[in-house]
Design a protein around this ligand. Structure first.
Ligand code: ADP
Length: 611
């Protein structure tokens, strides 16, 4: 994804992760992270104070009891945080996974609920891909960020504690240590970044060598003749050598930088610690510092420097996670062009009329309208057929009527009201449909047809199965309508052919029993006899409903009340089958062509499907 300013910064994203852990009832995630940080710093600090404390007892010639007590106290002070740390560490993984899975669930809901046009939006799709990548493993940002927050907190705490411990040092020492540690860190990371930043260059050269030396066409027997006849060998050798040379050069350049980074690191560290140690030694020699304090500060200086560079490193990593999290949030908050719960309720009515009023539609990025200035009314109980050549815009028309797309111009009206005002999810309740692409879920046949988690009405279910012509198939299964589908989920699932699956989808559309039934090529996968059977039953199963039927097969539209022929983005012809044949226009021409093939095919005994 191209570089752009993230919508949310690191602080905002940290607050968001905290809020999410609360929503997922996993507040133990941030608490554990904090606990791990505190116990780690506690253990490290106790370890550092241990030897100076023992020396102090020895220096003042304390009793053996005092010595043992000191040792016991410090041992306990180191063991308690170590044990707590172990315990917290063993329990941090699953709550973190659970928060990440919570984000995955939100992303899945977003995909399932989003306005249909978003599914064609390039940015939405890119953000979706990104969100999947950032939620699919323990190392993705939605989980790994906790580890980095924990380390950051640990380094910050350590920094503060050690700063306090070094309070007797002059102020310039911590400042010098901080400045030089940051310099060590940034010089080092800048120099060693060369290999990472230029990894594409290396990969390209390595691919070439791989081709030239290993599996490329060059070593294949069929190239051997060409190599000999055209004297290609010296040329190939030269090419291989050149590529190898550029790989060596790359590694030399990268190693030189890494070496320089190492030397610089050493020098700066030497300077940093050297100056601080020189001060400590001077203090001891001048009699202003005892050995115990010297030892403590000597260790503290190194630890303090490590905390500073740790903080710098954590901030860089956290910033990377923050960029990723920002995009995940952008996906989850992607604007919805449709109204859902914020829309008005769809009024209950005994009859519904849908109307397209001067509707034009253009797909995003397309140069022209697919449909232009179309006005059309689907009356209650009407059976409308829509025909036209491939790509004429028939499916787009259905998507507009069913509220999957909003017109670019004009409006879709339900009983006279623009559907944009309504809760789109309620609007979808009015439709039942068979689309060209369909999916079968890994559920039972009954659940696939009823598509509900509520009760399934058996009588209605069996009626729909029968109307869709599936009774014989389902009766032949040992578990009947309770048989499971989808072999990837259930190894012993029932197998359905393409045609049977299409009938199942039809049964599903019938079960929904909605006022509108839209069928987009519902018989494409059926054989001609099965298709004829569906046509005969069409009137029966759309009784009392408004229906829209898309078909390539013009003869199949005969039983519809009205036929629309879409051409050049417009309704080119409109009428009954007979009227359109009489008119002698495009419909009549297409019908005659199909009829001719149909008869020829039938005469030859071939498949009469002329699609
Ligand atoms: P039909 O159902 O009549 O075959 P469609 O409505 O599916 O036609 O498609 C009409 C035109 O719109 C076609 O040219 C198709 O390529 C184009 N089209 C369909 N879907 C999209 C889309 N998501 N993005 C861009 N163009 C599309």
């Amino acid at each position: 994804m191209k570089k752009e300013k993230p919508r949310y910064n690191l602080l905002q994203n940290t607050v968001w992760m905290l809020r999410l852990s609360k929503e997922e009832r996993e507040l133990k995630v941030p608490l554990t992270a904090a606990g791990l940080s505190v116990t780690a710093v506690w253990q490290q600090t106790a370890g550092m104070l241990f030897i100076p404390a023992v020396i102090r007892v020895l220096e003042k010639q304390g009793s053996i009891g005092e010595l043992l007590a000191t040792i016991a106290l410090f041992t306990a002070a180191m063991m308690v945080p170590a044990a707590l740390n172990r315990y917290l560490d063993a329990n941090q993984l699953f709550p973190r996974i659970s928060v990440r899975v919570g984000i995955t669930a939100r992303a899945n809901r977003k995909c399932a609920d989003t306005s249909f046009p978003n599914l064609m939006d390039e940015r939405f799709l890119k953000l979706k891909e990104h969100t999947i990548a950032q939620t699919n493993s323990n190392s993705s940002s939605t989980e790994a960020v906790w580890n980095n927050l924990e380390l950051f907190l640990r380094n910050l705490l350590g920094f503060i504690v050690y700063l306090i411990l070094m309070e007797r040092l002059p102020f310039w020492i911590p400042i010098l240590l901080t400045a030089l540690s940051l310099a060590v860190f940034f010089c080092g990371s800048r120099l060693s970044r060369y290999r990472y930043k230029n990894r594409d260059v290396l990969m390209k050269e390595e691919k070439k060598v791989f081709y030239l030396m290993e599996y490329g066409d060059i070593v294949m027997p069929r190239m051997m003749k060409d190599i000999r006849i055209f004297g290609l060998k010296p040329w190939i050798m030269e090419l291989t050598e050149k590529t190898l040379q550029s790989i060596y050069d790359f590694h030399r350049r990268a190693s030189a930088r890494e070496l320089l980074s190492g030397v610089l690191d050493l020098l700066l560290t030497f300077l940093r610690n050297g100056l601080a140690y020189a001060y400590l030694i001077h203090q001891v020699l001048a009699g202003k510092m005892d050995i115990a304090a010297f030892l403590l500060l000597f260790t503290a200086i190194d630890g303090f420097a490590a905390f500073v560079s740790g903080i710098a490193e954590n901030l860089i990593t956290l910033n990377r996670h923050s960029l990723n999290l920002s995009q995940v949030r952008e996906f989850l908050e992607f604007p919805e062009p449709f109204s859902f719960e914020d829309g008005e309720e769809v009024p209950k009515a005994s009859e519904y009329t849908i109307e397209l009023s001067h509707v034009s539609y253009r797909y995003p990025g397309a140069g022209q309208d697919v449909l232009h200035d179309i006005s059309l009314r689907l009356q209650p109980g009407e059976k409308l057929a829509v025909v036209g050549l491939n790509g004429a815009g028939k499916t787009t028309l259905v998507k507009l009527l069913a509220g999957f797309l909003d017109p670019t111009e004009g409006s879709v009206l339900l009983n006279g009201t623009d559907i944009r005002r309504y809760n789109r999810r309620e609007y979808y309740e009015l439709f039942s449909a068979v689309f060209q692409e369909f999916n079968i879920l890994g559920l039972s046949i009954a659940e696939n047809i009823a598509q509900t988690t509520g009760p399934i009405y058996r009588e209605k279910l069996l009626r729909c199965i029968s109307e869709a012509g599936l009774s014989a198939k389902i009766s032949s299964l040992p578990e009947k309508e309770k048989s499971f589908l989808n072999r990837t989920v259930y190894p012993d699932a029932a197998e359905f052919s393409g045609g049977e699956t299409q009938r199942l989808i039809l049964a599903r559309a019938l079960y929904k029993d909605a006022p509108f039934v839209f069928l987009d090529e519902p018989t494409a996968a059926l054989d001609p006899l099965a298709e004829e059977d569906i046509y005969r039953k069409y009137g029966e199963f759309t009784r009392g409903k408004s229906s829209l039927f898309i078909s390539h097969r013009l003869a199949s539209t005969r039983f519809c009340d009205r036929i629309l022929l879409i051409s050049d983005g417009k309704i080119a012809e409109e009428g009954t089958h007979e009227e359109l044949l009489q008119k002698g226009g495009i419909y009549a021409e297409l019908f005659l062509v199909q009829a001719k093939y149909y008869q020829e095919d039938a005469a030859e005994g071939g498949d009469p499907d002329v699609r």
